[in-house]
Design a binder for this molecule. Sequence first.
Ligand code: G
Ligand code: G
Ligand code: MN
Ligand code: NA
Length: 254
Amino acid sequence: RLIEEDLRTAITTGDLPLRFQPIRSVAPGRTSIGAEALIRWRHPQLGLLAPQDFVPVAEENQLIMALDRYVLRSAAASAARWYGDFGTLSVAVNVSVVTLLSGDLPSLIAEVLDSSGLVPARLCLEITETAVMHDHRTATRILTAIKQQGVHVALDDFGTGYSSLAYLKDLPIDTLKIDRDFVRGIGADSRDEHTIETIIRLGHDLGIEVLAEGVETRFQLEWLTARDIDYAQGFYISMPLTERSLLTGRFKTR
Ligand code: G
Ligand code: G
Ligand code: MN
Ligand code: NA
């Protein structure tokens, strides 16, 4: 059997479990504000597969919209049940550029919010920087429609793609996610440190919050906190968790 046939089947049977990686606010109190949904594939012969093993297959075989729809529905249904010490929690969902540019995303989001009952502001869409800049006019138009629905938007893997600052100013986004490649250089490579400082300043000057991905050490977290980072995510905060593990930690469910 071809892998794309197996994947088509998995999307309909739901053999695509989500993991959730907590995102923490670094402001005093250090509370979890939500989690990023990360898809896996429980393959009958190959075991648990990571997204890089099959998301590209989905993108090449017109399966990506069905996959993104599945993840959005599943993540929203989960997040609608969560609350933490300081109220409800958000879920961030990675959405492919194919789905973003198709124009079907606003209606899909409306359906997902309606069926899950999730408050719009508790859903964040993660779009990669490269995807958005590839066709920034179409992306800006569609993201504007999505923002009007009350959903948040984050620019993922920021700093690795090519980005025009002129476009960034016009993009309706709430959060920049600094790519973990830069975070790895904290304490080791002053070019990475300067890049991070520049991204934080740029984001804040534009009224955009900034999150650091791939935070693996206490030193990195403290360095970032001293430079006014808003949010942190990474193995030092938490590995990606099953929903069950998430809910035995700081997360609770109604
Ligand atoms: O979980 P992991 O670190 O292996 O994720 C690797 C990459 O796969 C991440 O960069 C993420 O953007 C992407 N990814 C994870 N889950 C999804 C998903 O549900 N949909 C899409 N389109 N990409 C995902
Ligand atoms: O592509 P995206 O950035 O959306 O995906 C997040 C991916 O990064 C997931 O596959 C997750 O397993 C991985 N990840 C999360 N935290 C860390 C970390 O601290 N270090 C490293 N190396 N990878 C991480
Ligand atoms: Mn992401
Ligand atoms: Na990322």
